[in-house]
Design a protein around this ligand. Sequence first.
Ligand code: F6R
Length: 245
Amino acid sequence: MRFYRAKDYNDMSRKAANIISAQIIMKPQCVLGLATGSTPIGAYRQLVEWYNKGDLDFSEVTTVNLDEYKGLARDNRQSYYYFMNENLFSKVNIDTDRTFLPDGMEADSEIACRKYNEIIHSVGGVDLQLLGLGHNGHIGFNEPGIAFETETHCVTLSERTRKANMRFFISEDHVPRQAYTMGIKTIMSAHKILVVVSGEDKADIVRQAFFGPVTPQIPASILQLHNDVTIVADEAALSKCTEKI
Ligand code: F6R
């Protein structure tokens, strides 16, 4: 695992955006695995800025997102499609026919997950997968205890995750109870993985996930076994890592 220490959130965002843009420049027709949540917003903002300057071209890029809430339509402001559209897709020259997320409106979980797996396979897998890190070590919506060998599946969200995501909803009652997510096996199949982490509230989980034992109780710990993982974290998120990084 490679660690890049960033001064603060903005520095983390710039460094992460640099890695993503290098991927797009080196392989214009690449497949990016994307994440939502608060952490990657700054990196998306930076990518949009470079696109506006004429330094980046998304016209041949394909994207597959990690997850989507079950039951939310694309035009629902809380859906992850809406988030991606707001933060990236509508602001760059990406072909929206090549931007994929699980279909939150497919009520049949088996169909939704099978179709999403087929999409990921049909685009040839992910070149660079961007990940945020949940406070309990979740990646995508793979909560503690999940089997490492899963592909896309339907999850029931933990109370902690629902509470953490409540900030985007009117109340906790409005946070969906289920979501479709890429599984750990899918995430681990990406050629390269980029994890972004910011803030002191993530310091404990950064230490446990990347310096502790590999265990399904901390899903992100599996990343220790991937051969091309880059972690861009700010000082605050690294504050409990005493290891030399
Ligand atoms: C988002 C996702 C989640 C988040 C994680 C961290 O698509 O899959 O795993 O990456 O919950 O969220 P933030 O960045 O809001 O702390």
